[in-house]
Structure formats: structure tokens, C-alpha cells
Design a protein around this ligand. Structure first.
Ligand code: SF4
Length: 538
């Protein structure tokens, strides 16, 4: 464990303060003052929300307050732990993915079938199309041309031209566009092509088009043709997220399978291409990568803006006012915790993982024990019932891991369980009230109950039938010493095949196999063990 003397980035506060209820109240006051300074109107609206606890506010208004306030929490917490640089770098990477990969997908790839309805690509001169596209990239987008990420290289070009084209199409329909200085951007492209020897010849007809809209349309055709060829190339469509679209959902055929003849009977077998041989007890499911997660965020349509976020609130039959039941007989209640999923997605889309995590933690403070591989009532309630739903658990777990693997990520998560300005019911933990509670069983229900009791000021003794392995005192602290701050979560992280069962987590520890990352249990266990008023016995 790396030794360190953590100096917090908010003057007047030190690490021990983060475990002291009175000082957490002071920290909330400093947070409030900083919001008031930047946006007095938002501050006043949020304070009113805190006072009225949402009574009289429309659901959309509450959602809007959380989405507006989330980034303030993100920035404040990043400053507190001196990780502003890393927090911003994450935001820039996420925003860049939306400005390139998903702008290309939405502006170009999604519209290809309109441009080339039923066109058979087999007669096209693919080599020539490829040459023209590559020349366009080299001449007009030399920076993108150096990109080692093949999908990102194409998407940077496709997004630029696709957005310009969309702008001119809007104008042609007499509509407004928020593209700033499109004519300037078109002129810059024209200039770049005009000074490139090969491009001047190859694209002379396009360069000769003086109307910027026609010029951009000429370039768009080069991009569209290349993209349409790519759309017919499985090597690209199977791997590039910009070519991934939700598929129709057939409730009678949810899982693709083969039927194998076993002699006297036939059996269903999962498709061989999905078979992953397990070797040992390492984690077998490393979860989605960042681009796959962002593809799900892009799939979401942020229904909280219309109070139709059924992933959180469930699907209600307007006639009976009861939850709808899907064709499999599942009652679509949405998230049992009413997690503010849609709001979290929007804040993640804007690049703020800490703000998004703070939104999750309002209703789901023990989120390391939920998400991918654990629960999916939210997906069953997603507004997309006829096509693939948004993979919310993957997004939720990704928001958590993006924070955990930042410097001081564990400390950030842990703090947000004790102090969260977005949680108007309990923005900071209460001091010990002298009353103690016994929690029997430290599985998901028991550890969650323990957390809530602790935040209300109770002492908690948690007992479990399994032997609980202690964690080192330098991590947990004791009655006289505070824990050592964890700088790098990797120092806590253990490979599943080397890890000793800690006994904590009930069914989540002994009932789940190597598909779920049990390091998340350690995050919860350590978060609770650091609470002065908590003891665990097993
Ligand atoms: S996850 Fe589905 S239901 Fe929830 S906000 Fe997104 S699209 Fe709507």
C-alpha cells in the first residue's frame, strides 16, 4: 500500500473530517456556497427541493434539478481529492466518442438505407470507393488520418461531414440549425482539398461546386458510399459500434440456440461462437469496454425528460394504473430501488462519471453489489420492448468502475455513501445516536440495511453464519486510528482465482461464480468496516 498524506483540495478540510458527521455538514455548506456563487438560481431551486423534499414538484423538474446539480457534485468531489485533471480527461474522452463514433453512426450510418434503399453493393467498384475515401481523409483530415483506431479515424471524418450535411439539409427545409459557422467549415475543407495535388484532380467536380451545401453533399456521397460498402462487410459490422443497431426482440426466441440431435431426443445448445472455455477460476466476463458502454448510453433516449423513464418507474397501463406484464409474464416494475437511471445516463453522456455515480448513489448506495450480472429489472422495464433494451446494468457498473479506478476512486465512492448533496433525504450521515441495532446476515439485504442504519446514526453489529475474514487495520482503521486512504484501487483488487473468500456478502459471495467480479464485495465490506459504529462478526 502506497503511503501518503492526503491533502484535500478544499481548504479547511482534512481526511479525518470525511468520517465526522459535523464536518460533513460543514462540507455541504461549502458545496452549497460554491454552487450559489456559480448559479444562484439553481442553488435556490435546489434548496427549495431540499426543504419540500420534492412535494409539489413535477417528476421532470426533480430530474432536471439532479441533472443540473450532478456536474457540480462531480467537480466539487474531484477538487476535494485533487483529481480534477483525471476527471476532465475522462470527460473529454467520453465527449470525443459521442462527437465522433456516435455522431457518425447517427448522421451517416443510420441513414444509409434511405440513401441506398435496396441497392446491391456487389456491382460497385469497391477499390475505387476506398481510394476516394482514403484520399478525402488524407487531404482534408490529415490529423484523423494518423489515428491508429480504425473506427475512430473513419468516424471523425464521417461525423464532420455528416453534421455539416445535416445542417444544410435543415436549412433547405427552412428549418433552423445550431451548427455554428458551417460555411466557414465547408470553406476550410474546400481549401484543404484545393491545395492537395491528388485531391484537386480527383475531386475537381466537387471543388467546382460553389454552393457550400452542394459542395458538402459531394463529400457526403464519398462518405456514404464508403460506409455503405462497409455496412456490407461483416469484418466491420461485427466489431464497429458505429454499425451496431438494436435488433428486434422476439419473446418466443430470446436466446439464439442450435438444436442438436442426441439420438432419442433433441437438445438445445447455445451457439458455439459464444462458447467460452473456462480455464481455472479467473473472472470470465470482463464487462463491456468503454465504447460498448457508450453505445448503450447513446441508445438511451433519456425518458426522464418526459416522465416516461419506465426503467426506473416501471411500465404503467394507463387504463388500469397497474404495472404492465410482458409476454413472458414478467411484471415490468422497473428498478426496485427507483434508481434515477435516465438522469445518470445523461450525466455520463456529458462525461461526468463522478456526477453520474452520485446520482446512482441517491437510491442505490450499495451499487457495487448491483449492476452487470446481478440484476436487470430495469432492462425489462426499458421503454424499448420490441427491440433490444438499453443495457443499463453495464452502464451502471461502468460508471462505478470508471470512478473506482481513478486516483482515490475508492475514497470517492466511499465518501458519496456518507455525503451526497444530491440526496435530499439524507445529504450527510448523522452522528451516533446511542442506539444499536443487530443485523443478522451480511448478504445484500443485511449490508444495505446496515448502511442505512449507520447513516441514520445507529450503531450496527452485523453477524453472519460464514466466517468473516478481517481486512487489514491500515485499510479499515480502528477506534484510535483512521484508515490509510487508498490511492489506487488496483492495490485492493485481487484476481478471482487468487482471492481468499472473505465470507462477506452472503449469496453474492458463495452463490455467484466466476462471471461476477467479487472485488465489488470488498468495496462494500471495506466501506462498512470503516464506519466507527459498525462491527461485523462471523
Ligand atoms: S434506459 Fe430505456 S426506459 Fe430508461 S431512459 Fe433509457 S430508453 Fe428510456
Amino acid at each position: 500500500m502506497e503511503q501518503n498524506n492526503l491533502t484535500l483540495g478544499i481548504p479547511g478540510f482534512s481526511y479525518p473530517d470525511l468520517y465526522d458527521s459535523n464536518r460533513l455538514k460543514d462540507l455541504l455548506d461549502v458545496f452549497d456556497a460554491s454552487v450559489k456563487k456559480h448559479d444562484a438560481d439553481l442553488f435556490n431551486r435546489f434548496v427549495a427541493y431540499r426543504l419540500n423534499q420534492g412535494k409539489g414538484l413535477a417528476p421532470e423538474a426533480i430530474s432536471d434539478l439532479l441533472v443540473c446539480m450532478g456536474p457540480y457534485v462531480g467537480q466539487f468531489v474531484a477538487t476535494l481529492f485533487n483529481v480534477t485533471k483525471q476527471h476532465q480527461a475522462q470527460a473529454e474522452r467520453i465527449k470525443d466518442e459521442f462527437a465522433s463514433i456516435f455522431a457518425y453512426k447517427n448522421e451517416v450510418v443510420a441513414k444509409l438505407n434511405l440513401a441506398f434503399k435496396d441497392v446491391n453493393v456487389s456491382t460497385w467498384d469497391k477499390a475505387a470507393i476506398n481510394t476516394r475515401f482514403n484520399l478525402l481523409v488524407a487531404a482534408a483530415f490529415p490529423e484523423a488520418d494518423k489515428d491508429n483506431d480504425a473506427e475512430h479515424r473513419v468516424a471523425r471524418v464521417g461525423a464532420s461531414i455528416g453534421l455539416l450535411s445535416a445542417h444544410y439539409k435543415l436549412l433547405a427545409k427552412g428549418k433552423e440549425s445550431d451548427y455554428v459557422n458551417a460555411d466557414g467549415a465547408a470553406l476550410e475543407l474546400r481549401n484543404k482539398l484545393s491545395v492537395h495535388q491528388q485531391a484537386t484532380t480527383e475531386f475537381k467536380d466537387i471543388i467546382a461546386l460553389h454552393d457550400p451545401a452542394e459542395f458538402v453533399q459531394g463529400l457526403m456521397e464519398i462518405v456514404q458510399r464508403w460506409s455503405y460498402v462497409a455496412q456490407n462487410n461483416p469484418a466491420i459490422t461485427e466489431h464497429w459500434l458505429s454499425f451496431k443497431f438494436p435488433e428486434k426482440r422476439d419473446f418466443d426466441h430470446l436466446v439464439e440456440h442450435d438444436v442438436v440431435n442426441k439420438g432419442e431426443f433433441t437438445a438445445w445448445m447455445g451457439e458455439l461462437k459464444h462458447r467460452r472455455r473456462r480455464d481455472g477460476f479467473k473472472l470470465t466476463d470482463p464487462r463491456f469496454n468503454q465504447r460498448e458502454v457508450l453505445s448503450e448510453v447513446d441508445h438511451c433516449i433519456y425518458c426522464h425528460e418526459r416522465d416516461t423513464d419506465s426503467c426506473s418507474k416501471g411500465m404503467i397501463n394507463k387504463k388500469t394504473n397497474l404495472f404492465k406484464v410482458d409476454p413472458l409474464g414478467v411484471t415490468t416494475t422497473g428498478c426496485p430501488l427507483d434508481e434515477k437511471i435516465s438522469e445518470m445516463h445523461l450525466v455520463k453522456r456529458n462525461g461526468d462519471n463522478i456526477g453520474a455515480l452520485a446520482i446512482i448513489i441517491i437510491d442505490n448506495p450499495m451499487c457495487p453489489g448491483t449492476g452487470h450480472r446481478i440484476c436487470n429489472d430495469c432492462m425489462k422495464g426499458c421503454i424499448y420492448q420490441k427491440t433490444d433494451p438499453v443495457n443499463i446494468p453495464q452502464i451502471e457498473t461502468n460508471v462505478l468502475t470508471d470512478v473506482l479506478f481513478m486516483p482515490y476512486g475508492f475514497e470517492i465512492y466511499s465518501l458519496l455513501t456518507r455525503w451526497n448533496p444530491l440526496n435530499v433525504k439524507r445529504p450527510y450521515m448523522l452522528p451516533y445516536n446511542g442506539k444499536n441495532a443487530l443485523v443478522v446476515g451480511l448478504g445484500p439485504a443485511g449490508y444495505t440495511m446496515s448502511h442505512y442504519l449507520l447513516n441514520e446514526g445507529f450503531g450496527v453489529a452485523g453477524i453472519d453464519a460464514l466466517k468473516l475474514e478481517p481486512l487489514p487495520t491500515y485499510l479499515t482503521g480502528d477506534s484510535t486510528t483512521l484508515p490509510q486512504p487508498v490511492v489506487d484501487f488496483k492495490e485492493l483488487y485481487e484476481q478471482l482465482d487468487e482471492r481468499i473468500l472473505a465470507g462477506f456478502g452472503g449469496v453474492a459471495e458463495y452463490g455467484i461464480t466466476v462471471r461476477w467480479d467479487k472485488n465489488f464485495l470488498k468495496v462494500i465490506y471495506l466501506t462498512l468496516l470503516r464506519r466507527q459504529a459498525f462491527r461485523a462478526y462471523g
